[in-house]
Design a protein around this ligand. Structure first.
Ligand code: S3P
Length: 423
């Protein structure tokens, strides 16, 4: 589906942001590990989380849709077969977290994905799991991954990159391994795994950048998924850069390991307020009000990168409207996402008039430029590039055409109607 995006006259109103992708994945995976019955409220209907749901079904869970986005997962009969073939679709989170879950169980499983996922690096999870004694077959550390599950040994592992997927994979292997498994990251990445495992009464403790876990039995409980700050980010940036805008985004997850986008926007001078902050299922949640803002440039580097890794494409659009030069560094892992997000982003934003240059580990944007638009752009099968380009289209002089916009369905199928409700 190719779409045309026209210049916006202003965004006004309220939106309820849909379910967090990272938390939805974990809610289904961890429910499957309880051996009991859990209900999940506000589960994401994005294609990635549906891949995880299909995997736990394949693993023997009984799944019932009680209402829209409200599911009941019964895992009494899970993990009973000797062999599984599991389709992760486009979802790196499914492949990396299930690797940790499956490696420590006495079953053989094959994890495979779509064309894009089969090209993404899996060495980052295979190496630590092999140190624990896991047995993998793979082609140059790429999927399909064949895992011959076995009893593992605990390790004390220092991850070379701050990645929640790598950390979670090791912790999930540790959850089913006798002894204490320890993971230390260079910077703190999103901690939804730690919070949810603790909520389900696992023996897990975090101190600074280090988390320790011991073999534990999870207690089945009901879970509630808050709204996704990474989805909200497209609305926050749109409202900040489109003239005459004033919006409220309801039910946004505000876990401090994810709020780098808010910190950066505040630093850039954005008119952004947090309202009604509360705690739900061990996660901070609130509403965010944002209005058209006068912005200045920033440098984004170091410890904040994992706290806004998925927001960097839309931050490039934000930076195009800020006074001065915005520099993003230390983000080379962006090249390993659903697309090479540095190269693809820079190529497409240039087509519509953004003054942006690629660097090995990020990009540099010269701000305060009138965007001409009037071009056809590609999203490279990458949902976050598609939505970032859409936000850029809202401030272009001439309409832009985004090809294959249906890729937004990976994380945010409701994106278009929600955005259009603010016109
Ligand atoms: C995710 C972690 C991040 C993020 C991805 C989801 C997760 O990846 O980019 O969209 O749910 O754990 P890395 O941990 O590999 O940086």
């Amino acid at each position: 589906m190719d779409i045309l995006v026209n210049k916006s006259q202003g965004l006004k109103g309220e939106v309820v942001i849909p379910s967090d992708k990272s938390i939805s994945h974990r809610s289904a995976m961890f429910s499957a590990l309880t051996g009991g019955v859990c209900e999940v409220h506000n589960f994401s209907m994005g294609a990635d989380c549906i891949s995880t749901l299909n995997i736990i079904k394949e693993l023997g869970c009984d799944i019932e849709f009680i209402a829209q986005k409200h599911i009941r997962i019964d895992s009494k009969n899970a993990f009973k077969k000797d062999r599984y073939k599991l389709d992760c679709g486009n979802s790196g989170t499914s492949m990396r977290l299930f690797s940790g879950i499956l490696a420590s169980r006495e079953i053989e499983s094959t994890l495979f994905g779509d064309e894009s996922l089969n090209k993404r690096p899996m060495k980052r999870v295979i190496l630590p799991l092999e140190l624990m004694g896991a047995k993998f077959k793979h082609n140059d550390y790429k999927a399909p991954l064949i895992i011959q599950g076995t009893e593992l040994f605990p390790i004390d592992y220092k991850t070379p990159i701050a990645s929640a997927q790598v950390k979670s994979c090791i912790l999930l292997a540790g959850l089913n391994t006798v002894g204490e498994t320890k993971v230390t990251e260079p910077y703190i990445s999103r901690d939804h795994t730690e919070r949810m495992l603790k909520y389900l009464e696992a023996d897990i403790q975090t101190n600074g950048n280090t988390t320790k876990i011991k073999k534990s039995k999870l207690v089945p409980k009901n879970l509630n998924v808050c709204g996704d700050i990474s989805s909200a980010a497209f609305f926050m940036v749109a409202a900040a850069i489109v003239p005459n805008s004033d919006i409220i985004i309801k039910n946004v997850g505000l876990n401090p390991t994810r709020t780098g986008i808010i910190d950066v926007m505040q630093q850039m001078g954005a008119d952004i307020q947090i309202l009604d902050k509360r705690l739900e299922c061990n996660e901070e949640v609130g509403d965010v009000r944002i209005r058209t803002s006068d912005l200045k440039s920033v440098t984004i580097e170091g410890a904040i990168i994992p706290r806004l890794i998925d927001e960097l494409p839309v931050i490039a659009v934000l930076a195009s409207q800020a006074n001065g030069t915005t520099i993003v560094k230390d983000a080379s892992d962006l090249r390993n996402k659903e697309s090479d997000r540095i190269k693809c982003l820079v190529t497409e934003l240039k087509k519509i008039g953004v003054n942006i240059e690629e660097t090995p580990d990020g990009f540099v944007v010269e701000g305060k430029k009138n965007l001409i638009g009037g071009a056809e752009v590609e999203c490279y099968h990458d949902h976050r590039l598609a939505m970032s380009l859409y936000v850029a289209g809202l401030i272009c002089q001439k309409p832009i055409c985004i090809n294959e916009f249906q890729w937004v369905d990976i994380s945010f199928p409701e994106f278009l109607p929600l955005m259009q409700s603010l016109f």
